[in-house]
Design a protein around this ligand. Structure first.
Ligand code: BMA
Length: 397
């Protein structure tokens, strides 16, 4: 290569063409290569070598959702995010409504940090009610979601919707799924219900941008307690309902701030995790719900077995996975967090774990100030894999 340099010669005003010496040429080449590398670095996509580009349900998904997905991936490489249902809505002996200027959380009051994941349930949004089925006003829920997201927390939404045929609740097992599919007798009603869900999700905004949410509808379908569950509808109808719901939210209502999570309940020996699976094109995150019904041994066995299976399926599908609901009501087992739960999930690879709500003394799943499990929970916090709000925020830096 011939290099041309201009030698400004005031007197002769003449351009000289000189072959550069070898060392100089090398220096130019290195600078050129360095420049290319710097340029490539600065336009590097959101994804890097380690984090494979995911195949998300929504091809037009928003940037905050892409970031959330990537964040969940990195969390799962480091440990797992700790979640609590209705973390800041109420706790034992308090309700956000009592003092709306203060954000409380039973978890925060014990360990000095908030959960990293907040679960909310939008049951009764479909009825245009003012509050959800657990009496949390939707206005309060919106405010708490925005506050949580502002601080760095991750939001997941479940939906205990009423039975569209009988007007009973989610636990009314009267067959209803086939009637809300396209062409079904209750279709119009279902479309209205989904439009109300869409309006609520659209209203979750921070700094003008829609907050990314993990939507986990029609959960625990392999159990028979919900109208969308086993023996109350066919697997085929369940799958169609899921797919049609995604189409309504994503394509009709143009919602692009959602990751979709599929979460069956604990598997019985003959259960097929994928029996109700709506397909790779309709699910972003694989989940599972398992509770301890005062039988630590079986609980631990189930978790280890089911999470291993979910991990295997998720790896094949290049999807994230999580422990989408768990807990033991009232926490009667001593050292439950550190001795029963932690060893069973330590190496599971889940992105998060969500403990159920602290509704009242007879129905709570997290300790609160003065609870017998307080010390155990504090120790749980110090274990290497547990990640609370500050931990996931530090990971971002
Ligand atoms: C269930 C219970 C119910 C509640 C429902 C939805 O597991 O906690 O009391 O209404 O979840 O949050």
């Amino acid at each position: 290569m011939l290099f041309v340099i201009c030698i400004a010669n005031k007197h002769r005003k003449k351009m000289q063409v000189v072959p550069l010496n070898f060392n100089l040429r090398r220096a130019y080449r290195s600078t050129f290569l360095l420049l290319i590398v710097v340029l490539l670095q600065s336009c590097k996509s959101l994804y890097n070598e380690e984090y494979a580009n995911p195949n998300l349900v929504d091809k037009d998904v928003s940037l905050p959702v892409k970031k959330l997905h990537k964040q969940l991936f990195y969390i799962s490489k480091k440990g797992f995010a700790i979640g609590h249902q209705d973390a800041t809505s109420y706790g034992i002996g308090w309700n956000h409504a009592d003092n709306p200027n203060i954000i409380r959380s039973d978890v925060k009051e014990i360990i000095g940090d908030f959960p990293a994941v907040y679960g909310y349930d939008i049951g009764h949004i479909e009825l245009a009610h003012n509050a959800n089925l657990d009496s949390v006003p939707f206005g309060t829920m919106r405010k708490l979601i925005i506050e949580a997201y502002k601080n760095g927390s991750i939001i997941t939404l479940s939906w205990h919707l009423d039975n569209p045929v009988t007007k009973g609740d989610s636990w009314d097992p009267t067959s209803a799924v086939s009637s809300i599919l396209i062409g079904g007798t209750e279709r119009k009603k279902y479309e209205l219900w989904v439009s109300r869900v869409a309006t609520f999700i659209k209203s979750l905004k921070y700094k003008g941008k829609k907050i990314p949410v993990i939507f986990r509808p029609f959960h625990e379908m392999n159990g028979s307690w919900f109208w969308w569950g086993e023996s109350n509808c066919t697997a085929k109808d369940y799958i169609t309902l899921w797919q049609e719901t995604v189409h309504l939210l994503r394509d009709e209502h143009n919602l692009h701030n959602i990751l979709y999570a599929y979460s069956p309940n604990k598997l019985n020996p003959k259960d097929d995790y994928l029996k109700y699976y709506p397909g790779d094109a309709y699910v972003d995150i694989l989940g599972i719900d398992i509770y301890d019904f005062n039988d630590a041994e079986n609980y631990a066995k189930s978790i280890i077995n089911d999470l291993k299976l979910v991990k295997r399926i998720a790896a094949k599908k290049n999807k994230l996975y999580a422990f989408t609901e768990t807990g033991i009501e009232q926490l009667p087992t001593p050292n439950w967090f550190t001795e029963v739960l932690y060893p069973s999930i330590e190496n599971s690879g889940i992105a998060w774990i969500l403990f159920w709500r602290n509704a009242r003394l007879e129905h709570h799943y997290m300790p609160y100030k003065g609870h017998e499990s307080e010390e155990d929970f504090k120790t749980f916090k110090t274990l290497p894999k547990t990640m609370f709000l500050k931990d996931i925020n530090n990971l971002k830096n």
